[in-house]
Design a protein around this ligand. Structure first.
Ligand code: CTP
Length: 406
């Protein structure tokens, strides 16, 4: 884990988004990082020192930093006793004070004294964000090496809409994780491509053809490959799943877009096609909404979509190991064996997606791993565990095969 053992000094300034840092602390701690918080006077209007200290399991430093504290932990030491300083939320005010090099409270004093990298998650009203003063301050800070995560666009607490919403805790976590680099593991130095989720094939501007895939399995595989050190690209159709940590995620909508994004990710050593790609798309998508009065019931003419798995397996630039999925509702292993040969991939994970199994959208999966030389039936496990077991099998195949695999 890239975050295990890392020390984060979190400066919480006064914005409505301050409540979100509680979730950020929880997630950092789950991943083995330690968090020490500095709370500004403004920040204390939104979160209490008690909630920060309960989650960080550490003392929280505020402007009431006393002489006793100072003798136990001087502010210079506080500023240096971390691997990364994170300012979240970073209000327009604290960004301005950082840009000006002020040291008029504990937070800015620590920021001026630190010799550690600083990551800021700006959060403010859209007009304040757009103001040339704020943009100048951001430019100055960026030139000095301060990195920014967010803000995002969206509705704001002040009833306006636009840029200024603080990045979500998982986005800040991903930025922190990227800062510390990918974890090292048996797949370090390998590149992996994973497809995930359904595709949406538009009929007209408001309707589309889709399927029940949730993306949970594909996302779990991408996360597991990255956790073993692979440089991982995840090409995903529309899902509600969060972008996995340490993974470069590319969001697409249609099968044709998914195919293009996969080609753009090549060359890779490993390709895992877990997406439930729509087999067909509508031959000519209507530019305007099809109306009921437009001459009776419409007839949709479908054309076949490109087969991403078959195309990756055929080359050029074929990955050393190509893994497909077979979603079947009967004769699971027999159909999957035939599919492996037909699509030209090395391994197939076959699963029963009959409605009674609850596989589509559920958290558990029961799969068979089919290779050229036989098949293994895996017991029912969570999709995260299937991802980890597959990633380990992939790592073993590379260890066993030197440069190649399968
Ligand atoms: N797949 C793909 N591109 C497509 C269709 C499928 O990459 N256009 C991949 C899926 O990601 C999966 C595998 O092919 O890894 C098998 O998908 P599945 O839906 O089970 O098979 P189909 O190709 O639809 O075959 P069939 O209709 O015979 O079940």
């Amino acid at each position: 884990m890239a975050l295990a053992g890392k020390r984060v000094l979190l400066i919480v300034s006064g914005g409505i988004a301050a409540y979100k840092v509680l979730e950020l602390i929880r997630r950092l701690r789950e991943r083995g990082a330690s968090v020490r918080a500095v709370l500004t006077k403004g920040g204390a209007q939104f979160v209490t020192p008690l909630s920060l200290s309960a989650l960080s399991e550490d003392k929280v430093y505020t402007d009431l930093f006393s002489l006793t504290d100072e003798s136990e932990m001087g502010h210079i030491q506080l500023s240096r006793d971390a691997d990364l300083v994170v300012v979240a939320p970073a209000t327009a005010d604290i960004l301005a004070r950082m840009a000006a090099g002020m040291a008029d409270d504990l937070a800015t004093t620590v920021l001026l004294a630190t010799d550690k990298p600083v990551l800021a998650a700006p959060a403010m009203n859209v007009r304040m964000w757009e103001h040339p003063a704020t943009q100048d301050n951001l430019d100055r800070l960026r030139r000095r090496g301060v990195r920014m995560v967010g803000p995002n666009a969206g509705p704001m607490a002040c009833n306006e809409y636009g840029f200024g919403r603080m990045a979500e805790p998982e986005e800040i976590l991903a930025a922190i994780s990227r800062h510390f680099g990918r974890p090292a593991g048996p797949l370090t130095g390998r590149r992996a491509l994973v497809t995930s989720g359904p595709t949406h094939e538009p009929i007209d501007p408001v309707r589309y053809i889709a399927n029940h895939s949730s993306g949970k399995q594909g996302h779990a595989i991408a996360a597991a490959l990255a956790a073993l050190g692979a440089e991982t690209v995840l090409v995903t159709g529309p899902t509600d799943e969060a972008d996995p940590l340490d993974v470069h995620t590319v969001a697409v909508t249609t099968a044709v877009e998914m195919m293009e994004a996969c080609r753009a990710a090549l060359p890779v050593d490993i390709a895992v096609c877990a997406a439930a790609v729509a087999d067909w798309r509508v031959a000519s998508r209507a530019d305007e909404k099809i109306k009921k009065g437009d001459g009776g019931t419409p007839t949709l003419t479908l054309v076949e979509n490109p087969d991403i798995l078959a195309s990756l397996s055929a080359g050029p630039g074929r990955p050393a190991l190509v893994v497909g999925f077979a979603a079947e509702t009967e004769q699971v292993v027999a159909h999957a064996r035939a599919k492996r040969e037909r699509k030209g991939c090395d391994w197939i994970l076959a699963n029963d997606v009959s409605p009674e199994t609850g596989t589509f959208g559920g958290d558990a999966n029961r799969v068979h791993l089919i290779r050229a030389d036989g098949h293994e039936a895996w017991p029912e496990m969570s999709k995260a565990e299937v991802g980890q077991r597959l990633a380990s099998a992939i790592a073993r195949s590379f260890q066993g095969a030197g440069d190649g695999a399968a």
